[in-house]
Design a protein around this ligand. Structure first.
Ligand code: BYC
Length: 337
């Protein structure tokens, strides 16, 4: 599964589904709307409005970029994991994230955008990826907290995407979510072990939670009132639950987990609201969020430079895979002749 693309030339002619002629015909539109209203899946060969296609390419490619950039902060800790067991788990997790990127790039390719185009967007700094990966992982506790909170937030956001109206994205997300739930649990378990350790270990966990908590709340995106894409995304059945509702679900699910772990979530305003039957929480620093999303977070430049270098260093692998595929093709043609 991880190498599915290696023997396929990454050219638009091979990987893309041809675009439907661009007439936004009322009859086609009505058929599309009926499918959305009936909660049926839209498949690559179906007619779809250009704006729907563009929204999906934007969201799925950003999601794919987040998966592969997300490999970097954790990948830094593979060589410094505290035991062989933790190292093996972390290698598996980071490899899973690479796999998620591949499923998602493949899903986006079915919409007519090649992987080269998407990667060009990432490497040139035009395309977005999740804000959370522009913060550093300073110590081993951060790796546990990334699993518990970052993957926890990702699952909360991604479970509804398994019901997304676009078939290939929805199907990719089913597998992604299964793997993400292992990631979340391994992070939580690593933290539980540290919380039974020395005072220094407990302090490390608390410090990591303090640094990541607010950034994880911001991962769900701007408040609904400031989210330009939410209303249309929900009308199309791409987004099923709004940014604010997902954020609330995440807070409600995480507070009891923090209690079991024995850490304090760094928000003096966090308290149960009996009337709302939800936890109230304090204000997120949206200026910091936008600064990070727009390229000025603590690690944006480092992440992009590492990613571009990894891509360039991997050129020989892609060349070799394509050369092998060409050889196989020639051999197959000879045999058929
Ligand atoms: N970071 O109108 P909105 C993971 C952008 S987890 C950066 O609400 P939308 C992983 C947004 O793109 C993370 N940018 O947009 C976990 C838009 O900008 P553009 C990845 C953000 O699309 C562990 C603008 O703000 N998950 O992969 O309706 C280990 C306005 O926002 C962020 C996904 O991508 C952010 N946090 O909703 C490894 C899930 N939030 O495009 C990996 C799929 C918002 O207009 N994506 N923006 O320039 C989604 O569900 C939605 O795209 C979002 C945003 C909820 C993220």
């Amino acid at each position: 599964m991880y190498t599915q693309s290696f023997n396929v030339q990454d050219a638009a002619s091979l990987k893309s589904v041809p675009q439907t002629p661009s007439h936004e015909d009322p009859e086609f539109q009505a058929r599309f709307d009926r499918k959305i209203d009936a909660d049926s899946k839209i498949e690559p060969q179906d007619w779809m409005p250009e704006a729907y296609r563009k929204t999906l390419v934007r969201q799925i490619s950003q999601h794919a970029h987040s998966e592969i950039v997300g490999m970097l902060p954790e990948g830094n800790w593979i060589s410094r994991a505290p035991s062989l067991k933790r190292k093996a788990i972390l290698i598996a997790k980071v490899q899973d994230e690479g796999g998620h990127g591949l499923y998602l790039y493949s899903a986006a390719e079915t919409l007519g955008t090649s992987r080269d185009q998407m990667l060009e967007g990432l490497h040139s700094g035009k395309a977005k990826y999740s804000s959370i990966f522009n913060y550093p992982t300073l110590n081993w506790a951060d790796v546990g907290v990334v699993g518990w909170l970052v993957d926890g937030a990702a699952i909360m956001n991604q479970i509804p995407l398994c019901r997304c109206s676009y078939g290939p994205y929805a199907r990719a997300m089913i597998r992604v979510c299964k793997e993400e739930s292992f990631h979340q649990r391994q992070g939580y378990e690593a933290l539980l072990v540290m919380m039974q350790g020395t005072a220094e270990q407990k302090a490390m966990v608390q410090d990591a939670v303090n640094r990541f908590w607010w950034k994880c709340l911001a991962m769900f995106g701007p408040p609904d009132s400031d989210s330009p894409h939410s209303a249309q995304g929900m009308r199309w059945g791409i987004k099923r639950i709004s940014n604010d509702d997902l954020r609330q679900k995440f807070v409600d699910a995480t507070v009891p987990q923090a209690k079991v772990l024995g850490v304090t979530l760094p928000d003096p305003e966090l308290k149960w609201n009996d009337e709302r039957q939800h936890y109230d929480y304090g204000s997120i620093d949206w200026d910091e969020f936008w600064a990070t999303v727009n390229g000025n977070g603590p690690c944006n430049k480092e992440r992009l430079a590492t990613r571009v270098k990894a891509h360039n260093d991997g050129q020989w692998v892609r060349d070799a895979a394509l050369a092998y595929a060409r050889k196989q093709q020639i051999a197959a043609r000879k045999e058929a002749a």
